[in-house]
Write a protein that binds this ligand. Structure first.
Ligand SMILES: Nc1ncnc2c1ncn2[C@@H]1O[C@H](COP(=O)(O)OP(=O)(O)OP(=O)(O)O)[C@@H](O)[C@H]1O
Length: 622
C-alpha cells in the first residue's frame, strides 16, 4: 500500500529546494498529492479501516435484504415461526456491523489525529526555519489559524476524506447491487437519476471554495486583531483606542460572518436540492412499483424492501456529493499551508559541512560586506519569500576585523545598519556581497548549529521563554547544573532579585506576561548568555528601553559577560565606548569612522557629534 508519491514539497528540507510557487488555484488533486505522503506509516491502518467500513456496508446491505425476506415470509403470512430465522440473522448482522463500524471509526479517528499531529509538527518545524522578513509579511494571527484550522481542514481531505469516500462508494455499490438483484429494472430507473447529484455538486464547487477561502482569511484576520490588540493593551488604554480596536475587530468579524453565511447557505441550498431530487427518485420508484404490483409482477414486500434500499442508498450517494464539497473547501486551507511551505529559509546548512575540529578562537572578519533587506511588502504576485529586494542597501562595502577578546562597539545614527551587522553574524541572513568569516572560514561553510553555539546574540528585545527562571537561564547550556545556573545568575547580578521572589528560580515566566522589570529581564538574558559561554558575543542595544538606573545596573554584568570574548556591541548608548578596543561608526550603511573612542572624539566627526548628543558623557558605573 506504500504507493504514494513521496516526492513531496512538504518537508522543510525539500521545500528549501523546490521552487517557490504561488499556490492560488491549487486543485484538490495537487493538494492531495502534496499531503498524502504524510500518511506514511499509517497506510496499513488506512487499509484496515477501509476493510472495516466495507464490512459495515456489507452488513447493512445484508440487513436490508433480510428486511425484504421478513416482510415477504413472516409478516405477509402472519407466521411467527417464519420470523425467528431472518430476525436472528438480522440481529447478528446488525451486531457485526456495529462492531466493525465501531472498530473502523475509532481507528479512523486515531489515524486522522495522528495525521493532524504530524502535519502540524512539520509545518511548525518549517515555520521556525523561516527568516525574520517572513514574519513581517504574515500576521501572527493568520499563521496561528493556518497551523490550527487549515491543518485540520487538510485532514478532512486526506484521511477522513479517503475513509468516507471508500465507505460511501462501497455502500453505494452494495446497495445498488442488491437493488439490481431485487429488481434490476427499478434499480436502473432509479440510478439513471444518480448523476444529477454529482452534477449538482459540481455546480457548487467553485462558489464553495471561494467562500471557504474567504472564511479562512477572515478567520486569520480575527485572530490577528485579537492578538495584536491584547499584545498592545497598554497603548490601547493609554491612548483611548478601545473603540478603534473594537471597530477593527468588528470589520474583520463581519467579513468572516459574510463568508461563513455564504458558505453555509451554499451547503444548505445543495442539501435541499438533493432532498428534492431524492423525492423525485422515491416517487418514480413507488409509481413504477404500484404499477408492477397491479400487474402482479411484484409483491408488496419487494416494493417495501426496495423502498428501504432507496432510504439506505441515498445517504451514501448524497455523501459522495457532499464529500466533493468538503474536499473543495479543504483545498482553500491546503492552498494557505502550501504557501507557507513554499517559503524558504534565508539560510541553509551547507551540504555535507563537518564541524571543524578544535576550539573557535573568535576572529570575526567582515570583508566588503553589502546587504539589502528583502522587501517586506512585495507586490502581489511577487510573494516568493526569497524574491529580489528592490529596497536600498542596508550595508555597503563594510569591512572590519574583531580579534579574540576585543570589544568592538558599533554605533551610528538610527537606520545606519547597526542591527543588520548583528543579524549577519548568527546568520539570520547571508550578505549579498562580500563575506563574513569566523576564524577565517566563511560563515556559510559552517554548520548552522555549530555557528550558533559559538556566537551568542543578545537581541534588542529582551526575550523570555515559557517556563521557570531556572529553565530560562539553563537554556543557555542544556544540562547545566543548579550550581552553574546560580553562578551565572550571580555574575549577571540577577541572583538577588530571583532569590527574593516567592518561588525563586522556580518562578514561572512567559513571553508578554512576566512581572519582571526590563532591567531584571535583561540580567536574566545576560545570565543565559554567560552560561552559554560562547567565544563570540553580539549585543544589540543591551541597554535600550532601560532607564538610566536600570542601564547602570546592567553595565557591570555586561562587562563580566564580554570579558575574554570577541564582542560586537551595537549601541546608541556610548557609556561603554571608552572600554572599547575599537569604535565603528556606520552611516547610511557605510563605515564612515573607525578608531578608539578618544581618537574619534578628537577627530570631531560623526562620532563626536553622536557622543555630544547622547548622555554618554556620564561616567559608566563600575
Ligand atoms: N526587516 C527589514 N526589512 C526591510 N528593511 C529593513 C528591515 N530592517 C531594517 N531595514 C532597513 O535597513 C536599514 C538599516 O536598518 P538597521 O535596523 O540595521 O539600522 P540600525 O542602525 O540598527 O537602526 P536603529 O538604531 O534605529 O535600530 C534601515 O534603512 C532600515 O529601514
Amino acid at each position: 500500500m506504500e504507493t504514494g508519491d513521496d516526492s513531496t514539497g512538504i518537508s522543510p528540507e525539500t521545500s528549501a529546494e523546490t521552487p517557490a510557487e504561488a499556490p492560488r488555484g491549487t486543485t484538490a488533486r495537487h493538494a492531495f498529492r502534496a499531503f498524502w505522503p504524510l500518511t506514511r506509516g499509517d497506510r496499513r491502518w488506512l487499509v484496515f479501516i477501509c476493510l472495516c467500513v466495507v464490512a459495515a456496508a456489507l452488513a447493512e446491505t445484508g440487513s436490508v435484504l433480510l428486511f425484504g425476506e421478513l416482510t415477504d415470509n413472516a409478516l405477509r403470512d402472519g407466521s411467527v415461526s417464519a420470523f425467528w430465522g431472518p430476525a436472528g440473522q438480522w440481529l447478528a448482522m446488525a451486531v457485526f456491523g456495529a462492531v466493525v463500524g465501531y472498530v473502523g471509526n475509532s481507528a479512523a479517528v486515531w489515524v486522522a489525529e495522528r495525521f493532524v499531529l504530524r502535519l502540524r509538527a512539520r509545518v511548525f518545524a518549517h515555520v521556525q526555519t523561516l527568516p525574520p522578513h517572513f514574519f513581517q509579511r504574515h500576521r501572527q494571527g493568520d499563521l496561528v489559524t493556518r497551523l490550527t484550522g487549515d491543518v485540520e481542514a487538510i485532514e478532512q481531505m486526506v484521511v477522513s476524506g479517503v475513509v468516507q469516500t471508500v465507505s460511501a462508494l462501497f455502500s453505494t455499490v452494495f446497495f445498488f447491487g442488491a437493488a439490481l438483484v431485487l429488481r434490476w429494472d427499478l434499480a436502473l430507473a432509479t440510478f439513471v437519476l444518480a448523476p444529477l447529484f454529482w452534477l449538482t455538486a459540481r455546480q457548487f464547487a467553485d462558489r464553495v471554495r471561494t467562500a471557504a477561502r474567504q472564511e479562512r482569511v477572515a478567520d486569520g484576520a480575527i485572530t490577528s486583531v485579537v492578538e495584536e490588540s491584547l499584545g498592545n493593551v497598554v497603548l490601547t488604554q493609554a491612548y483611548n483606542r478601545r473603540h478603534a480596536e473594537e471597530r477593527r475587530l468588528r470589520t474583520e468579524a463581519r467579513a468572516w460572518m459574510r463568508a461563513s453565511v455564504r458558505g453555509n447557505r451554499l451547503s444548505e441550498l445543495y442539501e435541499q436540492l438533493v432532498r428534492v431530487m431524492e423525492t423525485v427518485c422515491v416517487l418514480t420508484v413507488i409509481g413504477l412499483g404500484a404499477w408492477e404490483i397491479s400487474e402482479g409482477r411484484m409483491t408488496l414486500g419487494q416494493l417495501l424492501s426496495f423502498a428501504a434500499f432507496l432510504g439506505y442508498l441515498f445517504p451514501p450517494v448524497r455523501q459522495l456529493g457532499q464529500l466533493g464539497l468538503t474536499v473543495t473547501a479543504a483545498t482553500a486551507g491546503a492552498e494557505r499551508l502550501l504557501e507557507i511551505l513554499a517559503a524558504r529559509p534565508a539560510v541553509t546548512d551547507p551540504p555535507g559541512a563537518a564541524r571543524p575540529a578544535g576550539e573557535v578562537r573568535g576572529v570575526v572578519e567582515f570583508e566588503r560586506v553589502g546587504f539589502r533587506h528583502p522587501d517586506p511588502n512585495p507586490a502581489p504576485g511577487a510573494e516568493a519569500e526569497t524574491g529580489p529586494a528592490p529596497v536600498r542597501p542596508a550595508l555597503h562595502d563594510v569591512s572590519f576585523t574583531a580579534r579574540p577578546g576585543e570589544l568592538v562597539l558599533i554605533t551610528g545614527p538610527s537606520g545606519a545598519g547597526k542591527s543588520t551587522v548583528a543579524k549577519l553574524l548568527p546568520r539570520f541572513y547571508d550578505p549579498g556581497a562580500g563575506s563574513v568569516r569566523l576564524d577565517g572560514t566563511a560563515l556559510d561553510a559552517l554548520p548552522l548549529e555549530y555557528l550558533r553555539e559559538r556566537v551568542t546574540l543578545l537581541p534588542q528585545e529582551t526575550l523570555v521563554l515559557h517556563g521557570t527562571l531556572r529553565e530560562n537561564i539553563a537554556c543557555g547550556r542544556p544540562g547545566a547544573t543548579g550550581d552553574e545556573i546560580v553562578r551565572a545568575a550571580r555574575a549577571a547580578a540577577a541572583h538577588d532579585f530571583i532569590d527574593a521572589l516567592p518561588d525563586g528560580y522556580d518562578t514561572h515566566v512567559a513571553p508578554g506576561t512576566t512581572r519582571l522589570s526590563g532591567g531584571q529581564l535583561q540580567r536574566v538574558a545576560i545570565a543565559r548568555a554567560l552560561l552559554r559561554d560562547a567565544p563570540v558575543l553580539v549585543l544589540d542595544e543591551p541597554t535600550a528601553g532601560l532607564d538610566a538606573f536600570a542601564a547602570r545596573q546592567v553595565v557591570a554584568p555586561l562587562r563580566r559577560l564580554m570579558s575574554g570574548r570577541t564582542t560586537l556591541l551595537v549601541t546608541h548608548d556610548l557609556r561603554l565606548a571608552p572600554d572599547a578596543d575599537r569604535v565603528l561608526v556606520l552611516d547610511h550603511g557605510r563605515l564612515v569612522e573607525s578608531g578608539r573612542h578618544e581618537e574619534l572624539l578628537a577627530r570631531g566627526g560623526t562620532y563626536a557629534r553622536l557622543y555630544g548628543e547622547g548622555d554618554a558623557r556620564r561616567p559608566a558605573a563600575r
